[in-house]
Design a protein around this ligand. Sequence first.
Ligand code: GRF
Length: 228
Amino acid sequence: MKKLAVLISGTGRNLTAIINAVESGALPAELCLVLSNRADAEGLRRAADAGLPAVCLPHKEFGNRAAFDKALSLQLDKHAPDIIALAGFMRVLGDEFVLRYQGRLLNIHPSLLPAYRGLHTHQRALEAGDPWHGASVHYVTPELDDGPVVLQGRTAIRPTDTVDSLGDRVMQEVEQQIYPLALAWEAEGRLTWQDNRAWLDGAPLDQPLMLEDLPAETAAISRHSGAS
Ligand code: GRF
């Protein structure tokens, strides 16, 4: 069974979906570590409630990014994860760190990449008058929110949407569905990183997959993972 580490900074709704998917067997991995760079992250409590090894590594205690990244590497290497999932981890990682773990480092970003890299994605999609918004699971490369996208999901923007209503829907309908699913593919060895590209079932993924286009039985494995 592959070992999975999850890095968080906040509420931990993606973490909760991942924990639920592991507990239901939909995500066949061993959760070996939950690490937060913030002591007040609610996700740390969720991890402790689930009996998972939970570590806090406050970035403010380190003089610079390189020192924090080094301490993070030490923690990770202690637990030897095969997969590292950034789940609302609000810390930019240095190139050296990313290159060291590249290919086993995945992130979820709340937009339909390549649209809206960076912060405030819900607000930016609303202000642009976009018809759709969503989230993307991608491999992490040194450029921010720029690595190969594996899986996306979308939701229609409603005229009545606010930043909060849109954000909640993206979280529940998309993020909590696509992240456990993509991580399950990675844990099963179906999703791999070769030649700086994402591969699924032995073929390079030239385009990201869209949740709504997946066969019902494939998409269904994630349906039980969500929790708010
Ligand atoms: C999610 O929207 C994630 O995509 C973004 O930060 C948020 C984290 O939420 N990077 P949570 O901690 O999983 O609740």
